[in-house]
Structure formats: structure tokens, C-alpha cells
Design a protein around this ligand. Structure first.
Ligand SMILES: [Zn+2]
Ligand SMILES: [Zn+2]
Length: 453
């Protein structure tokens, strides 16, 4: 097999792998870089311009894996998109939101490259989706040859899969983004523990040591206590969460507390995409049985979409409550960022982060700041003095490095190919894997350079 990492940099960015297995040409994911805009956010798709793809495999619907799929397919009319049934129900809704965001960015930044694709293109993409049931091998015959694809649940987020490719006597496994632990909305990964030749593995948390005393359960309880303290203190709490996955997780968590009567009575506001996706989760749950979220969660909590709640920055919100809003990293001009400009200057309020926060985003900068520091909102012409409590809760959607190392040992690959991690995270795996599993070749790829394994 030949592998080319088409991500533009060795980081978490625009995930896209090009695989050549026998006569088959396969793309795995086609994302956009979360910190870049316009064409700079794209993977190196020009690399596949002269190839005819047999299919694209979509591991899941986070934008760093999905966001450039319409562009990858533009010159590949024959290529079908293999994904889980759950992902097939999310692709169009998430890409539609992505077009809306790009149009808004074009207005704000005058970047003429935006939007990278249009609403019109999305219908044709839906027609190309080819959902596969989980853990059921599917053999494709073409070019007088055959390759077998099997999707395995990867935890992480609704619809996420790991992918087993079997060609002749070789087995190659791609983890995608993976979490082995159960979450509120979905079960943990159920990956095959069989010998494989190649393991293509995510490395997100390679630079994060394992904390034995920090569990998902204890962090959940700490967040609920923080909600109670803030509301009892006559403040509001902003929980900044990604609209896809984490928001529904937090809703389920609040619902469990509501059932136990440990959630204080207060209004709960959610941002629009998260509310929409919650309804998709309900449908996916009913149709596939892979998602536990149901519509009664928002109904019981009387959670409501955030509408017309924006008042001038700096002015505290009249309606004290829980503001569960995206983006999780407080990216500029998102509902979470906008509401933070109201809460940040008042000591009774809390701003809580519950997921990965890149250091270069406003969320990352706020986590580094101290009480009393100034925090600018340039688009609003406002600079706050931080008085609200800033809290971080550790509820990663990614496996920790020890668990991934155990998985490498279990499947005993000849080659491990590292993806989806910043350089220190990849370096840790590159150093530790050969010590733990002797004889394994570790490839820490250079973007755009083809490696034969
Ligand atoms: Zn992901
Ligand atoms: Zn990812």
C-alpha cells in the first residue's frame, strides 16, 4: 500500500489521506483546517487531480474530516462516499452550516475565496453517500480485483468509525478519531483486536500524560457543582461546547442531574446548530440504535434556542441561567464568543470549557489569562477586564495515549503510520511505540510525501 498524507501540515488540521492499494485509489476523509480560512484551509487535493478515486471513506462528520468533501468530489464524479449510516444522516446538515459560516466570513473578511462551495452542491453529495452497516464486511469488485471494507464503531462522536481494509492477504486498519470510553450519547469504540499489517492511528493526546485521578465521572460532577455554585451565586454560566457531539453530551448530563433533582431551576439556552443536531441525534438513535440521545432531553430541561439575546458587550445578561453555546473554542463571532462578552466582566458569572481549545483561539487565550487581565473583543470594539470565573473541564473525545499504545500492542502491526496530532504528540508515539512493541516500524509522515508500507 502507498500512503500520502494530504493534510497541509503535520498537525490536527485538514485530515485527508490518499491510499493506493493494488489497483484501488481511496481517499480517507477530506477536512478543512480549523484555524485557517479559504483555500489555505484545504488539504493538498491537487495531488489526486490525475487519479480516479474508487471511493472516499468518511470516518466522521467533524469539519477537520468532512469540511472539504465537496471539493474532493468535484472532479471525481465516479467516486462514492462510504460512511456509517449515522454519518450519512449528518453530512448535509453540517456542510450546510459550513456554507453559512463561510458566507458570513466572506462578508466580514472580504476573502473572495469564500464560500469554498455552495448550498447547491450539497444535494449531489447526498446522492453519493453509500452508508454501510457496522461490523459487516463489504467487498468491492472492480478492475478484476477485490477489496473488503469493514467499519467499526470508534466512539468519539455519533457516527464515527474506524476502517478495516483487506486486500489479498493484507489487513490495514485506520482508527480515525477514537475514544474507547462510553459517553452519555454513544458507546466507546469497539475495534477489532486482530493482527494487522498497517495501523494508521490518530495521536491527538500523545503529549498529554494520563491522569489517574481525573475521570470523566469526576469531571462531570465538578462541572455540575460549578453550575450549581454559579446559579446559587446569582450568576450565569456559559458552557462553550462544539455544536456536534459535545453539546448533546452536556444536555444528557444536565438531564441526568435534572432527573435526580440536583440541577438548580434556571433557564437553559442553546445555540441553533446544536439544537438542530440534537434532533438529528434523536432520529439517528431511532433508526440505527447507535445514539442514546432523545428529544425529551431538551423538552424536560425546557432548553430553548438562543434568540435575540445579544445586548451590548459588557452589560450582564438579565436572564440568569445556563448558556450552552458553540463554539467550544470561543471562536470570534460565534454565539459563545458573543455571550462571553456579556458575562466576562462580572464576578458572579462563569465561563466553562469542556473540550479541546487551541491556544491560538480566543478560548485558548482566555484559559491562559488571569483575573483582572484585559481581554479584547476587536470586532465589538470592546475590551473586557476579566472578572468571571474561567474553568476548564477535562472531557476529551479522544483516547489517551496509554490506551492507544495498548491498542498498538494488541494488533501488533508491522507499520504504524501517525496522523491527527501536533508534532510533540507524534514525537511521543514515535519514540515510545518501538520500545513497547519491538520490531514495529513507525512512520511520522511529511505532508504530501508518499510512503510505501
Ligand atoms: Zn473528530
Ligand atoms: Zn479530528
Amino acid at each position: 500500500m502507498k500512503i500520502t498524507d494530504l493534510n497541509s501540515e503535520p498537525d490536527i488540521g485538514s485530515n485527508c489521506l490518499f491510499l493506493e492499494i493494488g489497483p484501488f485509489k481511496i481517499l480517507v476523509d477530506s477536512g478543512v483546517h480549523p484555524k485557517k480560512a479559504g483555500k489555505a484551509a484545504l488539504p493538498k487535493l491537487s495531488h489526486i487531480a490525475d487519479f480516479s478515486l474508487d471511493f472516499v471513506i468518511l470516518t466522521h462528520c467533524h469539519l477537520d474530516h468532512l469540511g472539504s468533501l465537496p471539493l474532493a468530489l468535484r472532479n471525481q464524479p465516479q467516486a462514492r462516499v462510504i460512511c456509517s449510516q449515522a454519518s450519512s444522516m449528518l453530512v448535509k446538515r453540517i456542510l450546510r452550516n459550513s456554507v453559512t459560516v463561510m458566507m458570513r466570513q466572506r462578508d466580514e473578511t472580504h476573502n473572495k475565496e469564500l464560500p469554498l462551495y455552495t448550498y447547491n452542491e450539497l444535494d449531489s453529495i447526498e446522492a453519493k453517500l453509500f452508508p454501510l452497516p457496522l461490523q459487516a464486511p463489504k467487498t468491492y469488485r472492480a478492475k478484476n480485483d477485490a477489496i473488503t471494507v469493514t467499519l467499526y464503531p470508534a466512539g468519539h462522536v455519533a457516527g464515527a468509525v474506524g476502517v478495516l481494509l483487506e486486500y489479498k492477504d493484507k489487513k490495514h486498519f485506520i482508527t480515525g478519531d477514537v475514544l474507547f470510553h462510553d459517553q452519555q450519547t454513544i458507546k466507546g469504540a469497539a475495534f477489532p483486536r486482530i493482527p494487522v499489517d498497517t495501523l494508521i492511528m490518530e495521536t491527538t493526546r500523545g503529549a498529554t500524560p494520563h491522569h489517574v485521578d481525573l475521570t470523566r465521572e469526576s469531571e462531570t460532577e465538578r462541572l455540575l457543582q460549578c453550575v450549581r455554585d454559579t446559579i446559587n451565586n446569582k450568576g450565569s454560566i456559559l458552557i462553550a461546547a462544539f455544536a456536534f457531539g459535545r453539546m448533546q453530551e452536556i444536555l444528557m448530563m444536565l438531564h441526568a442531574a435534572w432527573k435526580e433533582k440536583t440541577l438548580p431551576a434556571c433557564p437553559i439556552f442553546c445555540s441553533g446548530l446544536g439544537v438542530d443536531l440534537a434532533e438529528h441525534f434523536d432520529m439517528i438513535g431511532r433508526k440505527t440504535g447507535t445514539v442514546r440521545y432523545r428529544n425529551y432531553v431538551m423538552k424536560d430541561l425546557r432548553a430553548q434556542p438562543l434568540r435575540g439575546k445579544f445586548v451590548d458587550p459588557g452589560i450582564d445578561l438579565q436572564e440568569r441561567g445556563i448558556y450552552l453555546l458553540s463554539s467550544g473554542m470561543l471562536v470570534e463571532n460565534t454565539p459563545a464568543w458573543r455571550i462571553s462578552a456579556n458575562l466576562i466582566g462580572h464576578p458572579n458569572n462563569t465561563i466553562a470549557f469542556v473540550g479541546y481549545c487551541d491556544a491560538a483561539t480566543p478560548g485558548g487565550r482566555l484559559l491562559e489569562a488571569k483575573p483582572g487581565d484585559e481581554f479584547p473583543y476587536p470586532h465589538l470594539d470592546y475590551t473586557a477586564t476579566i472578572a468571571a470565573k474561567i474553568e476548564r473541564f477535562h472531557m476529551s473525545g479522544h483516547a489517551d495515549r496509554e490506551e492507544l499504545l495498548n491498542y498498538v500492542a494488541d494488533v501488533g502491526p508491522k507499520t504504524v503510520y501517525l496522523t491527527h496530532g501536533d508534532p510533540p504528540a507524534r514525537d511521543w508515539f514515535a519514540e515510545v511505540i518501538p520500545a513497547r512493541v519491538p520490531g514495529v516500524k513507525v512512520v511520522n509522515p511529511t505532508p504530501g510525501v508518499t510512503v510505501e508500507v
